[in-house]
Ligand binder design. Sequence first.
Ligand code: URP
Ligand code: ZN
Ligand code: ZN
Ligand code: ZN
Length: 473
Amino acid sequence: SKYDLIIRGGTVVTAADTIRADVAIHAGRIVAVADRLSGGTREIDAGGLLVMPGGIDSHVHLAQPAFGGPAMADDFESGTRSAIAGGTTTILPFALQPRGASLRQSVLDYHKEADGKSYCDYGFHLIISDPTPSVLGQELPALVADGYTSFKVFMTYDDLVLNDRQLLEVFDCARDCGALVMVHCEGYDAIRFMTEKLERAGKTAPYYHAASRPASVEREATHRAISHAELVEVPIMIVHVSGREPMEQIRWAQQKGLKVYGETCPQYIALTADDLKGLNMDESGGKYVCSPPPRDRASWDAIWEGIRTGVFQTFSSDHCPFFYEGNQGKLNPKARTSFRWVPNGIPGVETRLQILFSKGVVEGRITLNDFVALTSTNHAKMYGLYPGKGSIAPGFDADIVIWDPNRKETIRQELMHHGADYTPYEGIAVTGWPIMTILRGKLVAEEGRILGTPGRGRFLKRSLSPFAEPRHS
Ligand code: URP
Ligand code: ZN
Ligand code: ZN
Ligand code: ZN
């Protein structure tokens, strides 16, 4: 027959439009979006459901090296299984360069972890921890040309932090290569100072993780990153923005006409620092330790303000899973001695869409089209996957999530497909849930059942981001 698959009778939502239409798929691509299509080998009845571009999660950590701490709870198999179960069809995890290592070798190592083991499509951002002359002069430009067109730098963490001079060198290199730089904005020295001060006072419970890196620390680093980017005239993406103060720095830069972009995450509209208190100031609080830490309810409002007014372009999970229980868990014996040793990061690749849909669309803060832009289209545009990924139109990959906007569910660990032994969103009631996930025309997840296979996911070589183009003056 003419088409491999027709998705019939749904409401097709893109970043621009909401229309009742059938979607025809052939050879993994969308070939028609129209009224009453016929001639499909297979049909899916999407009556009463939304048909949206599969989620693209541009901030995911899988199988990163442990630097002496506990290993991550997800490898590519479990992490991408969790992604498709949650309606996400493309992820962009990080290929981390440990200090002293070749960037190219690090990328090869991640391909070994991912290739043949992924349920969804994937590309890699690079993490630059050691910007030597040969990394910036040769390896990085060559990798950008090979489709690794974005990279992340850190302003904190012992094993990753770059000083201001190094940040400027990397920014300058990004400008020359046309790559997009993502920046983790928290000030290293301030965090170290606060950490040691809290520890001296015996304040070592997980809760003090949040106290050791308050909003001012994030605001200062955000401002510093913006100033450095202005100096070398390079666009930057400020990732995982937690609340009002850094949001306002980004808005200020955008209003000046600088190309500064923003990303935020579910933890900053669904969790607060109080969650880190746990029950006894030393127990389940470790489950919520991530950086920047979740703040307070007023910060949720600030994040929504940033989402609604376009300060943020992308809503990503920052999925970075660790076990909670056991010797490899967040509260391993060493981590019990101080929050400093609790590994930073929480799982969330499977629950990103539900949280934004429920709190955003259902509660009336954003439109359906905003939802698609924030979870898929803008990620594709920002990171060189567009066109091809991120919309429902002829010529795009048939990456689709079929979504029940009325389904009520309570997020809980037993529903999850990730490797971690908990979800930080346990008990959160949501409306809206993925019913089917389609990857390049194949049904890969349905109602929590995994139908795809590890190895169906493909590596995506990415184009240069149009957003990385320096401002023309
Ligand atoms: O705590 C977090 N977010 N861990 C992941 C690494 C990062 O900084 O994104
Ligand atoms: Zn064919
Ligand atoms: Zn980060
Ligand atoms: Zn991250």
